[in-house]
Each structure stands twice: as C-alpha cells, then as structure tokens.
Design a protein around this ligand. Structure first.
Ligand code: NAD
Ligand code: UFG
Length: 335
C-alpha cells in the first residue's frame, strides 16, 4: 500500500516525501514540474537512501492519473499540487481555477473509481480572509480576496461535499500558516522562479547578493514594531504534521480542518534580525508602502492539531533562518 503525493517535487511536498520515507512508508510522487525540478526527487533519494516512484504527469491528464492508480495500490493521497502565487492568480484567474479546481476534481474522481477515500489537502491560512480576529481558529468563517484564496475555499467545500455524499471518505484540510526554512542537510529547500514574492526567499537572496534591498511593506500596522506579523513554521515541522494527519485519516472518517502553525507571530523586522544572526551580516532594507491585500497580523490557534493529532511545532524562528541560510549557501543557483 502506498501514499500518493501530488506536487511531491515542490517545496512542502518534497520535505513531506522525506519524512514519509524515513517513517518507512511507500510513496509515489506525481508532479508536472511546472514549479519544481526533477532534481528535488533525486535529492529526496539522496537524503533517505530510498528511491521514490516518480511520475512526471499533470493532474489534469486523466489517463495518466488512471495509470498511476492502476499501477500502484494507493491507500491515501496527500494533495499538494497547485499553483500558489497570490498576485499571479489575480491576472491569471482561469489558469488558477482550472489547474487547482479541475486538477482536484480529476484526482478525486480517479480516487473514487479506485475505492481510495482518504485525502489530506494543502489548504491555507488565507481562508480566514481579512476580517477574523487573531488567533485564527478552525471554526471561524472562511472567505477569500483573490482567485488563489478562492481555490482553497472552494476545494475545502468540494471535499466536504464529497464526504457528505459518501461518509466513508476521510478528509483532512490542513491550513498552513507561513512555511519557511529548509531541510537540515541543505539538500532541499524553496526554489522560487524569478524574483520571489515571499519574505524569506527574498531576504535570503538579498543576503547572498542576488538582490539589492528588501522592501518592507509598511511599518504603520498595529503590531509591536509596525511591520506585519505572521506565524512562520519550519517546513520540516509542517511535513511531520502530514504524517500525523495521515495516521488520523487511517483511523477516522469525516472532515477535519486543522491549522498547522506555531501559534507565535513574528514581525517582518523580527525575521530580518533573526536572519541577520543566521547569515552573520546586515540585511539591506527600506520601508515601502503597504502591499495591497496584506493584513496586520495572522497567526494560528494551534490547539486542535495538538488535541487531534498530538502534533506541535518544535523548531523556532532562529532555526528556520539558519536552515534556510544553509540551503541558500549550498545552492546559490537553486536546485
Ligand atoms: P510548490 O509550487 O513548491 O509545490 C507545488 C507542486 O505542485 C509543484 O512542484 C508543481 O510543479 C506541482 N503542480 C502544480 N500544478 C500541478 C498539476 N496540475 N499537476 C501536477 N503537478 C502540479 O508549492 P508549495 O509551497 O510546496 O505548496 C504546496 C501546497 O501548499 C500548494 O497547494 C499551496 O497552495 C499550499 N500552501 C503553500 C503555502 C506556502 O506558503 N508555501 C502556504 C499555504 C498553502
Ligand atoms: N513582506 C515584505 N516584503 C517582501 C515580502 C513580504 O515586507 O518583499 C511582508 C508582507 O507584507 C507580510 C510578510 O512579509 O507582512 C509575509 O509575507 P509573505 O509574502 O512571505 O507571506 P504572506 O503572509 O503574505 O502569504 C503566505 C503565503 C500565501 C498564503 C498566506 C496565508 O505566501 O500563499 O501566507 O497565510 F495564502
């Protein structure tokens, strides 16, 4: 019996593949490499000493998905595959809805026809929208402000409806906060195309000299130093959360939304200072206007993951920055 990892060559999927292999699980990866490289799969093998089965295929390609399920005995799916750039989704809405929603529909239909009814889905804290008070709790109303966010809200609904129609399904909706860091080995990490949108890849490229200066988007928020506060979580902690979610799905049917965050919020300046310690040099930054769509504070109430899964994040901000810096120094050109 194997676990299928969609998007397993990507940032979070590759780290989860490592942890599943280390836990002795059999895995199969499917990825179209639209935002990743086959090198990530080789590195998974290098770290674990185990070769994962890899299909370079698109979720939208139904015959290819059928073939994967025909050739492997898939017991559960961890579904990472999707497009994820918030800004890009605003000017490419059709691409985002088609890839993320249709891809999920094809996947679930093929799962259903093979009697595979366990899915762990990569949702996002973005579903808490602009109006909920922090800390975010799973029972709060969900909403979105951009096509990317809507794909997460809609897929949560689709998977919930699937369980309503057939209560044998087991659905875990993992709402990630801000995943950062890299594997301790320095072999795996985030490898964005072009100029990064997210804070940590941007800072690391300033530190290594590829980019000149970090723009801090606003210093007039209602936070301890005026800059935006987020719940950064080490990608390896996040990966381990997926193992717990899979164990839970093995023994329970139903639908559960679960936050994966630390419960601690750090500001942009806190992150800059922690990264300066990790890389041993100052980060060049200036204060820029607020970025449209950003909220002041975003952090999790992590209690449900603790109660349901017995999972809790272990690694702090300094370790996240050290591991990202180690990855950046070892892979100055990415993977
Ligand atoms: P990523 O882009 O590194 O990984 C996603 C992978 O899916 C990529 O390797 C890409 O090539 C693949 N993919 C995309 N569409 C596909 C398709 N149609 N068929 C096959 N493969 C496809 O992103 P990530 O940071 O690892 O994120 C993984 C998941 O977690 C995504 O669904 C993302 O929306 C979600 N998420 C990420 C964050 C974050 O900050 N990184 C936060 C919240 C949620
Ligand atoms: N920031 C800067 N300068 C930059 C980049 C970011 O100051 O160059 C600030 C942002 O304003 C924000 C913080 O750093 O205050 C974090 O920004 P990121 O872009 O790294 O992350 P977000 O919190 O905006 O978004 C992340 C994911 C989304 C997901 C969201 C859900 O990228 O996919 O978390 O919580 F939807």
């Amino acid at each position: 019996m194997a676990i299928l990892i969609t998007g397993g060559a990507g940032f979070i999927g590759s780290h989860t593949a490592v942890e599943l292999l280390n836990a002795g699980k059999e895995i199969v990866i499917v990825d179209n490499l639209s935002n990743s490289k086959a090198e990530a799969v080789r590195r998974i093998a290098q770290i674990t000493g185990k070769e994962p089965k890899f299909y370079q295929a698109d979720l939208l390609d139904r015959p290819a998905m059928e073939q994967i399920f025909n050739e492997n005995n898939i017991e559960a799916v961890v579904h990472f595959a999707g497009l994820k750039a918030v800004g890009e989704s605003v000017y490419k809405p059709l691409e985002y809805y088609h890839n993320n929603i249709t891809g999920t529909l094809v996947l679930c239909d093929v799962m259903r026809s093979h009697g595979c009814k366990k899915i762990v889905f990569s949702s996002s804290a973005t579903v808490y929208g602009m109006n909920n008070p922090v800390p975010f709790k799973e029972g709060m109303p969900t909403s979105a402000t951009n096509p990317y966010g809507y794909t997460k809200v809609m897929i949560e609904q689709i998977l919930t409806d699937l369980h309503t129609a057939d209560p044998e399904w087991s659905v875990v909706l993992l709402r990630y906060f801000n995943p950062i860091g890299a594997h301790k080995s320095g072999l795996l990490g985030e490898d964005p195309n072009g100029i990064p949108n997210n804070l940590l890849p941007y800072i690391s490229q300033v530190a290594i000299g590829k980019l000149e200066c970090l723009s801090i988007f606003g210093n007039d928020y209602e936070t301890h130093d005026g800059t935006g506060v987020r719940d950064y979580i080490h990608v390896v902690d996040l990966a381990l959360g997926h193992l717990k979610a899979l164990s839970y799905a093995e023994t329970h049917t139903g639908v559960e939304a679960v936050n994966l965050g630390t419960g601690v919020g750090y500001s942009v300046l806190d992150v800059v200072h922690s990264f300066e310690k990790a890389c041993g040099k100052p980060i060049n930054y200036h204060i820029a206007p607020r970025r449209a769509g950003d909220i002041a504070k975003n952090y999790a109430d992590p209690a449900k993951a603790r109660e349901l899964f017995g999972w809790e994040a272990q690694l702090g901000l300094d370790e996240m920055c050290q591991d990202l810096w180690n990855f950046t120094v070892k892979n100055p050109q990415g993977l």
